[in-house]
Design a protein around this ligand. Structure first.
Ligand SMILES: *Cc1c(COP(=O)(O)O)cnc(C)c1O
Length: 364
């Protein structure tokens, strides 16, 4: 039996610290705002290497607020990779902009640089670079394309806490970057949470304003905004867990390397990691032409699996109104082949070996 993810096991390993943190927040009734939230914001900004971190209610809000902080031209287009979670594209529409899909590459599934160049037009205002599955996008290429075309860059880092591109953490490359602290992410809260990080004073100011009903000082609203807060309990829990993130990411990386070593002889396509990045393997996604049979077999042997994502964004019913022709995208052709293997800090070398022996039995 190999679990896809094991949040309970992780909690048990740090229970006393977590319980103490939770009790402290409650004792001090520091539920909303306050010292635990500011402490985590400072700790996370230091960890990523940005000047600002603004805690918000979840990763979806973080994206919407980050986009809105940029004051892009109304009605302009924002480029979104075809393979991502719907939060990425939803944030574009919900902020009043138009979605322009871009293909993903077939090696590490981040945004395809060749296709990105093709999707830019006079109405493009920004690019959302999703560090999908924990693998950093090519931020040199993206930033240089953005500069040439006068575009803003938003890094959706919801799956990539601690990932690095050329020895610098993701979240430091774009105009703004967002993280999700959904429980199953590499750094997860015990409920919802998210944040925006940036080096720009202006975008940080705008983000904080939007997340707090447009007010910097209580009851002085200089614009309309919304309520989106990271709460004290989540912040205190995240402060404890951030101390373990690098160790947990190392376990993921080692497991991924072991998967790559053990599974390369079977008829599946393994993810390829670029040599100038540190992927933090939020997910280990392979491709199989025989996906459903392989899933059934793995599941029958107690190996849990996932699919990220079963339907690419352009093929979702929600986007049937979008007329852009995406039929030639790799992301579209490959959506029926994607398969996620168990991945997390719970995974042991024995688990990886067990999975490899199930593959052996399936493929002989
Ligand atoms: C999880 C996720 C989000 C949304 O985060 P929530 O905290 O669930 O709102 C956005 N983008 C990507 C790529 C994600 O994986």
């Amino acid at each position: 039996m190999v679990k896809f993810l094991d949040l309970k096991g992780q909690y048990d390993s740090i229970k006393s610290e977590i319980d103490f943190a939770i009790a402290s927040v409650i004792n001090e009734t520091a539920f909303v705002g306050g010292k635990y939230v500011s402490a985590f914001e400072e700790q996370f900004a230091n960890y990523i290497g940005t000047k600002h971190c603004i805690g918000v209610a979840n990763g979806t809000d973080a994206l919407e607020i980050a986009i809105q902080s940029l004051n892009l031209p109304i009605g302009s287009e924002i480029i979104v990779p075809a393979n991502s979670f719907i939060a990425t594209s939803e944030a574009v529409t919900n902020s009043g902009y138009k979605i322009r899909f871009c293909d993903n590459n077939s090696d590490n599934y981040t945004i395809s640089i060749d296709d990105l160049k093709k999707q830019i037009n006079d109405n493009t205002s920004a690019i959302i670079a999703v560090h999908l599955y924990g693998h950093p996008c090519d931020m040199n290429e993206i930033n240089s394309i953005a500069k040439t075309n006068n575009l803003k860059v938003i890094e959706d880092s919801a799956q990539a806490h601690g990932a690095e591109f050329e020895n610098k953490k993701v979240g430091t490359f774009g105009d703004v970057a967002t993280f999700s602290f959904y429980p199953g992410k590499n750094l997860g809260a015990y409920g919802d949470g998210g944040c925006i990080v940036t080096n720009s004073d202006e975008f940080a100011f705008n983000s904080r304003l939007i997340a707090n009903h447009g007010s910097k000082e209580k009851y002085l609203h200089i614009r309309e905004g919304r309520n989106s807060r990271l709460d004290g309990l989540q912040a205190a829990i995240l402060s404890v867990k951030l101390n373990y993130l690098d160790v947990w990411n190392e376990i993921r990386i080692n497991s991924a390397n072991l998967y790559t070593e053990l599974l390369s002889k079977y008829d599946v396509i393994l993810p390829k990691t670029k040599n100038n990045v540190k992927s933090v393997f939020h997910l280990y996604v392979i491709r199989s032409k025989n996906r459903q049979k392989l899933i059934n077999y793995l599941n029958s042997k107690g190996i849990q699996t996932g699919i990220h994502y079963p339907i690419s964004l352009p093929n979702l019913t929600a986007y049937s109104y979008i007329s852009q022709d995406t039929s030639k995208f790799n992301a579209i052709k490959q959506e029926s082949e994607l398969l996620s293997l168990p991945m997390g800090d719970h995974l042991t070398p024995e688990n990886a070996n067990e999975i490899a022996s199930v593959f052996e039995a399936f493929f002989i």
